[in-house]
Design a protein around this ligand. Structure first.
Ligand code: SF4
Ligand code: SF4
Length: 104
């Protein structure tokens, strides 16, 4: 389980850096976020919930997708939209309330 940050989308807001409980995300010289030790990510999803520009892909484990399938989160008012994309680029969206997000 790990994440990948798209430098081209990242705007350097540092929200992901501030919420990662493992302090795994840093900024490079260009002011873009990157994960230093991807294998240490335990998949809490905190960073993808905070990234407003959808720059972070969260790769799904084999038992829930695998094969390069991934998830990212967008926000609509008080709702979070969890986009799951499989290796064939087919997508599904699960909607949750932002207020309730930490219960899952
Ligand atoms: S939250 Fe998104 S835009 Fe902000 S620093 Fe992290 S990856 Fe970049
Ligand atoms: S998913 Fe959680 S542990 Fe992994 S990089 Fe994001 S905030 Fe850190």
């Amino acid at each position: 389980m790990s994440i990948k940050i798209d430098e081209n989308k990242c705007v350097g807001c540092e929200k992901c850096i501030n919420v990662c409980p493992g302090s795994l995300i840093y900024k490079n010289e260009a002011g873009k976020a990157f994960i230093k030790y991807p294998k240490d990510c335990w998949g809490c999803t905190a960073c993808i919930k905070e990234c407003k520009v959808m720059a972070i892909k969260y790769f799904l484990r084999a038992d829930i997708g695998g094969n390069g399938s991934y998830m990212y989160v967008s926000e609509k008012k008080e709702e979070l939209e969890w986009h799951m994309v499989d290796r064939k680029n087919n997508g599904k969206i699960v909607v949750t309330s932002r207020k309730e997000a930490n219960k899952y």
